[in-house]
Design a protein around this ligand. Structure first.
Ligand code: PHE
Length: 465
């Protein structure tokens, strides 16, 4: 019998190889977590939702929901040792429930495909901004000039399509080469380099003259400004930034050696991801106030692409720093894109018996096509607004705020209620204090928390009194 089909979870092997070390796993998961979500999306959703109160809710979601869901995904992945669809089906049966748990895996595969379809478009922007930076387009540019550059750039669908195509090509290339060869090297230098560069930029924003204002905006909560819709957005951002709720971490967990500590690995990733997002905020918000463009806070996805080029353009050596910045951001997006594709690719390989290269080409092609809906959202279809938002915004909303938390809810219920104590304790290294805490969180706090936020934000649960 093949090792991969063993009935004994400890003897199951993944068909896609294993991480060469614990460090390799932590790096890969960190690479998937740290991405556009931290640097592009975090600042603009904080801006749209009024600052401090949103940030605190986000941090609470990361800690109380994100961390336990991440641990659950890794443990399910490692125990099943297959793609997320097959792992959920297998464990569902093994734990005396049903194979229908596979639908949670399917939900994740679909979410990953949809997310990457717009993620790749924004990642394409970062590629274009590398070129713009090199050419000195931002040197000493005024805020009006960088804003005009952004607007005319996203208005040109051919250019966006080209950048999106390029980025998808890069993603397909790495995923096609397989887990070990592609990923590890990229992440090993990208995350530390990004951290370092953000620290340099932090130095600049501290001296910008508006650091205090930025700090106040980011950390002093104005609770009256926070709506339930904002709470939903904070929860969605927590899921998105940690790459949880759609099986990416589950797929990576399938390649994790038996001895690695799951709580330890999860803790490292959560801390690194949160640090990078906070740093990005501490860089961006003071600069927003220094630029005098407070209105830009509510202006959405363009925030980072306007503020940073402007600020860097004022700085000595700015063209150099802005080139490095957008290169690193492209790398960060690249290592995240890999995580977004992995569940779908692993599933096609196992389920349809394709080679990895074929599966990657198929999934990549599909995502590439879907991406045009997001490309056109900024130009040809800018006025097409079902539910009052562009297709791009609707996709973000549907995936981050609905599909990921829904996936997370079921993953928590599965790990906490369906899996027996022995199985989960076995994976989490015994029934100590951390295990008990995790179990209370996944059984009660996570499901109830997600349900309340869903019901409140959709208006189904009215305020009492
Ligand atoms: N966490 C990534 C980011 O912050 C996005 C992502 C989501 C990647 C889900 C993989 C899976 O950019």
């Amino acid at each position: 019998m093949l090792g991969s089909q063993s009935a004994d979870p400890a003897r199951r092997k993944s068909l896609h190889g294993h991480w060469s070390s614990k460090m390799a796993f932590v790096l890969a998961v960190t690479g998937s977590a740290v991405g556009l979500g931290n640097i592009w999306r975090f600042p603009y959703v904080v801006g749209e939702n009024g600052g401090g109160a949103f940030v605190l809710v986000y941090l609470a979601c990361v800690l109380l929901i994100g961390m336990p869901v991440m641990m659950s995904e890794i443990l399910i992945g490692r125990r099943g040792r297959r793609n997320p669809v097959a792992s959920m089906a297998l464990l569902g049966e093994e734990e005396g429930s049903t194979r229908h748990w596979k639908w949670i895996g399917v939900l994740g595969v679909v979410a990953g495909i949809l997310i990457l379809s717009y993620y790749s478009v924004v990642a394409g922007w970062t590629l274009a901004y590398v070129v713009k930076s090199v050419s000195g387009a931002f040197t000493a540019a005024s805020t009006d000039m960088v804003t005009a550059q952004y607007d005319s750039f996203v208005g040109d669908w051919r250019l966006l399509a080209l950048c999106h195509t390029l980025f998808m090509g890069l993603a397909v290339f790495v995923v096609g080469r397989g887990v070990e060869r592609g990923l590890e090297q990229a992440v090993r230098f990208m995350v530390p380099a990004l951290l370092l560069l953000l620290l340099v930029l932090l130095g600049y924003s501290v001296t910008s003259g508006s650091f205090g204002e930025g700090l106040t905006f980011m950390f002093s909560p104005v609770w009256e400004d926070l709506t339930w819709d904002g709470v939903l957005a904070a929860m969605g951002q927590a899921f998105f930034t940690l790459s949880i709720g759609m099986g990416a971490i589950m797929a990576y967990g399938a390649y994790l050696p038996e001895e690695t500590s799951i709580p330890g690995a999860s803790g490292t990733v959560v801390v690194a991801d949160t640090m990078i997002a906070m740093l990005a905020g501490l860089v961006i918000f003071p600069l927003v106030f220094a630029s005098g463009l407070e209105g830009i806070l509510e202006a959405g996805p363009g925030l980072v692409f306007k503020i940073l080029p402007w600020a860097l353009g004022q700085m000595p050596g700015g063209a150099f720093f802005s080139t490095i910045f957008f290169i690193l951001l492209s790398f960060a997006a690249w290592t995240s894109a890999i995580g977004l594709m992995e569940p779908a690719v692993a599933w096609v390989v196992e389920h349809f018996n394709k080679t990895r290269a074929q599966a990657t080409a198929m999934i990549g092609g599909l995502i590439w096509l879907l991406g045009f809906a997001s490309v056109f959202s900024y130009n040809l279809l800018a006025d097409f607004k079902p539910f009052g938002r562009t297709i791009f915004d609707n996709l973000g909303r549907l995936t981050n705020d609905i599909m990921l938390p829904l996936g997370g809810l079921f993953i928590a219920v599965f790990a906490g209620w369906v899996m027996c104590r022995n199985s989960s304790a076995d994976e989490l290294g015994g029934a100590g204090l951390i295990y008990k805490l995790w179990r209370v969180l996944v059984r009660f706090v996570v499901p109830v928390g997600i349900l309340i936020v869903f019901l409140k934000s959709s208006g189904l649960l009215p305020d009492l009194g």
